[in-house]
Design a protein around this ligand. Structure first.
Ligand SMILES: Nc1ncnc2c1ncn2[C@@H]1O[C@H](COP(=O)(O)OP(=O)(O)OP(=O)(O)O)[C@@H](O)[C@H]1O
Ligand SMILES: [Mg+2]
Length: 436
């Protein structure tokens, strides 16, 4: 505008002045219009920018939310991993930590000092960890000891020797009373002494007598003592624990007695239980002036056995069956009433007995009709159940050798002769034959 003012010459006349005025105002109006459109354009532009910015803002916010969620997720992940690392660290530390010694509390002096016996034998006065409840510290409790200070680290639950667990019969044996020939009287007696008190204790309560505590089966070898006990285990619903006398004889002093004690403890815990001690003469031999420390250890085990048998209430649910073929060497203390108060003899079978044993073992054999078992029973005087079983087996072997479809009478005769020969030849000859 000022340019126009300066370029044009000074207006002289009113017309010129008017014209100038007109052009100027024209120019002004144009410029105003221009400014208006500029302003409008600017506004539109600004609106557009604002719109853009707003959507960008929204986008960014969305991104922020996402990133924050990610962050939270990663943080929880981190915590989880940290926890895992801690766990693994403590686990690896545990694996690397030295083993603890197993011991037994023998005496509690005061709340912090305890006398323990380590599994190796010596006794120590040690301190117990503050985390252990002093009330749980009782003589006899099993505990773990630190290797260096022998301080009690923790108490272990009382458990029985794995050997004692091994004595428990989980699967009952296959043998039942029908597999036993010729021992009806003995079966009845054992049923009366073992099964009846477990099944119907009220009978004994009503009459007022104590049922027998233990039953001792004795007799020559191979007459069916172990078989009878197996049948009892099969027929009864009670827990059955089987131990061979020699298993109770241990290497270290006191171990055998401990085994017996634990056996009785477990039996009591699992009652009703039948404990079967086979070949009881291994621990029950009569006590004499023992010469070796081994003898003395066996005697200690026997004493624990006696004490264990005394420890039960008669009407209690633990019955003991012993078996031996040397009743003559058994300690008299075992045989007195109150311990093994039923002594059942299982003698060599007589003719009738042999016949029924033969019948038991021939049940599954394929035999010819002319086989005369009565004659076989007559011919086998002095044989025991195991011999008769061997005779049946040998007869079967003869039949197989001759490729016969069934066992004949002559096979039995040959089998009797063979078993007789084997029996009479004696161990020296057998040895000679073995190395010949
Ligand atoms: N009365 C019987 N009826 C049927 N089979 C019998 C009889 N007696 C013994 N037997 C047979 O003889 C085998 C051996 O018997 P068992 O093991 O019971 O003898 P045992 O009396 O325990 O001998 P040991 O005193 O030597 O231990 C049994 O597995 C069984 O096959
Ligand atoms: Mg036996």
């Amino acid at each position: 505008m000022s340019d126009t003012l300066h370029q044009s010459p000074e207006p002289q006349t009113p017309e010129e002045l008017y014209r100038l005025y007109r052009t100027l105002s024209e120019q002004l109006r144009e410029q105003l219009a221009q400014i208006e459109t500029d302003k409008h354009d600017l506004e539109v532009q600004m609106m557009e920018r604002v719109g853009n910015l707003e959507s960008r803002n929204l986008e960014l916010r969305e991104q922020l939310r996402q990133v924050e969620a990610d962050k939270r997720y990663i943080e929880t992940q981190k915590i989880r991993y940290e926890r895992e690392v801690r766990k693994l660290k403590s686990e690896s530390e545990q694996l690397r930590s030295p083993p603890l010694i197993i011991g037994t509390v023998t005496d509690v002096v005061d709340t912090t000092r305890v006398i323990v016996r380590s599994s190796a034998g010596p006794r120590f006065l040690v301190r117990s960890s503050p985390s252990i409840n002093p009330e749980d510290l009782k003589p006899g409790a099993r505990c773990t000891l630190n290797q260096q200070s022998l301080a009690i680290v923790e108490l272990l639950p009382n458990s029985f020797d794995s050997q004692v667990y091994g004595m428990e019969l989980v699967d009952s044996p296959q043998e039942n009373y029908a597999d036993i020939g010729g021992l009806e009287k003995q079966i009845n007696e054992i049923k009366e002494a073992v099964e009846l008190p477990l099944k119907r204790p009220e009978l004994f309560r009503n009459i007022g007598i104590d049922p027998p505590k233990g039953v001792l089966l004795h007799g020559p070898p191979g007459t069916g003592k172990t078989l009878l006990a197996k049948a009892v285990a099969h027929e009864t619903n009670a827990h059955f624990m089987r131990v061979v006398g020699s298993e109770l004889v241990q290497k270290y002093i006191g171990e055998g007695a401990r085994l017996v004690r634990e056996l009785f403890d477990l039996a009591k815990k699992k009652a009703p239980t039948i404990i079967f001690i086979d070949e009881i003469d291994a621990v029950g031999a009569s006590r004499t002036e023992a010469n070796t420390s081994g003898d003395r250890e066996v005697q200690r085990t026997l004493m624990q056995l006696l004490a264990g048998m005394d420890g039960f209430d008669n009407r209690g649910d633990v019955k003991i069956i012993g078996a031996t073929n040397r009743i003559d060497i058994l300690d008299k203390a075992l045989l007195r009433p109150g311990r093994f108060d039923r002594i059942i003899e299982i003698p060599l079978p007589d003719e009738v007995g042999r016949l029924s044993i033969l019948k038991v073992h021939c049940r599954t054999l394929t035999m010819d009709d002319d086989v005369d078992l009565v004659r076989v029973a007559k011919m086998t005087d002095g044989k025991n159940g195991a011999d008769l079983r061997a005779i049946c087996m040998e007869a079967g072997m003869f039949a197989i050798r001759k490729e016969r479809p069934a066992i004949l009478d002559e096979d039995f005769i040959a089998a009797i002769e063979k078993v007789d020969l084997d029996f009479n030849r004696g161990p020296a000859d057998v040895e000679g034959a073995m190395f010949a």
